[in-house]
Design a protein around this ligand. Structure first.
Ligand code: HEM
Length: 396
């Protein structure tokens, strides 16, 4: 019996065979680094709905890991690392900006952005979906959510990537050094944006400034929230768009189906999310001893739930390894569950539907490299391609 280790090269390339081993033989598995890995759908849902599986310890883990300084302060205030009551307070402030009615104002911008980004490619008949569409789209969408100018996307994208790399088990000393340098510039930028803003708009920045006036949110929490949302809001969507399109490219019959029947796009997006999620895992630390699936887990143990495995659980899905956009949509674990269910799910779906719908219309769309040449970014929690070169028949 080997220990499951998400940093292993073969797991990063294709985690699904290992997930099946876990699902079948050891659904609550003590893996590498003394971490518990939970794979079955029902167990994952139970963990995510149980407050004893908490985040505070995880916050301490990361703040210790990045060392003292601004980065650790920002990381310490991230909503994702708070437990109640702070988690509920922050979620209450930012939540309204994520409702479908609030996000409707972003729909025309998202459609226009996809159009703009595809224009040069349409003429060429070739593009790298990751660099030319996925990242720029996702970044502009999250800047729109916050109420920050789309023109800042390049700078913000660089800082965000540098900071994000520090929050991964595979982070190197050089990643840490760059993360510390980037957070200083990033924070300056957010501070300037806040100083120039009024709290009377419909966007998230305005909402948070109003919350600050009524002492519901501190300035540090606002800076931290902006940084986090930019990072989580764009890395996830960008990675998911690449993973989803690759699934369609590997199944040309289904890509053709989406092209001929655009009303299937929302269902196709759900299947892409299930089949190869951008967020593979979520981490918790126990505040009490707990029994799960006959295993005794101890207070302070670190528990990782594997959404990517839960989405392939044969106890939950028929033919779990078949990519089938026509399957009866069964919700997946890709946006999490319980009190931390992804706030950005609607915004993510909006982008994925618009972008995948537009890509599917490109005539004779195909992968422009051998599948063996495709590589994944070296990360454990997020799964996303480094490049996704495609070709199609150019317009006119
Ligand atoms: C939470 C996935 C897009 C903001 C989560 C969680 C998952 C997830 C799995 C739960 C984390 C946990 O339980 O520890 C995804 C995926 C996305 C996506 C797969 C894209 C396809 C976005 C976007 C935003 C966003 C666009 C917008 C800024 C958040 C926030 C939380 C969250 C704020 C924390 C909620 C809380 O702690 O209460 N996301 N996400 N996400 N997501 Fe997303």
């Amino acid at each position: 019996v080997t220990l499951f280790d998400p940093t292993a090269v073969n797991v990063q390339r294709d985690p699904y065979p290992s997930y099946h081993w876990l699902l079948r033989h050891d659904p609550v598995h003590r893996g590498a680094h003394q971490v518990w890995y939970v794979s079955r759908f029902a167990d994952v849902r139970a963990v995510l709905g149980d407050e004893r599986f908490a985040r505070t310890g995880i916050r301490r883990f990361w703040t210790d890991l990045v060392g003292p300084g601004l980065l650790s302060q920002i990381v310490g205030d991230i909503i994702l690392f708070q437990d109640e009551p702070d988690h509920g307070r922050l979620r209450g402030v930012v939540g309204p900006a994520f409702s479908p009615s609030a996000l409707r104002r972003l729909e025309p911008m998202i459609e226009a952005t996809v159009d703009d980004l595809l224009r040069p490619a349409r003429a060429l008949g070739a593009m790298d979906v990751v660099a030319d569409l996925a990242y720029p789209l996702a970044l502009r969408a999250v800047l729109g959510l916050l109420g920050l100018p789309a023109g800042d996307a390049d700078a913000v994208g660089c800082w965000s990537r540098a900071v994000g790399r520090t929050l991964d088990r595979g982070a190197t000393a050089e990643d840490m050094r760059r993360g510390h340098a980037a957070i200083a510039e990033f924070t300056d930028y957010v501070e300037r944006a806040l100083a120039e803003r009024r709290d009377d708009g419909a966007d998230l920045l305005a909402l948070m400034l109003a919350a600050r006036r009524s002492r519901l949110m501190s300035r540090n929490e606002i800076v931290s929230t902006v940084v986090t949302f930019i990072f989580t809001g764009h890395e996830t969507v960008a990675s998911q768009l690449g993973n989803g399109l690759l699934s369609l490219l590997h199944h040309p019959d289904q890509l053709e189906l989406v092209r001929r029947r655009p009303h299937l796009v929302p269902q196709a997006v759900e299947e892409c999310l299930r089949f190869d999620p951008a967020v593979q895992s979520n981490t918790r630390q126990l505040t009490a001893d707990v029994e799960l699936h006959g295993r005794r887990l101890r207070r302070d143990d670190v528990v990782v739930v594997l959404a990517g495995a839960a989405n392939r659980d044969p106890g939950r899905y028929d033919r779990p390894d078949e990519f089938d956009i026509r399957r009866d949509p069964v919700p997946s674990m890709s946006f999490g569950a319980g009190m931390r269910y992804c706030l950005g799910a609607y915004l993510a779906r909006l982008q994925l539907r618009t972008a995948l719908g537009a890509m599917a219309t490109l005539p004779d769309l195909r992968l422009a490299t051998s599948p063996n040449e495709l590589a994944y970014q070296p990360r454990t929690m997020f799964r996303g391609l480094t490049r996704l070169p495609v070709a199609f028949t150019p317009a006119g």
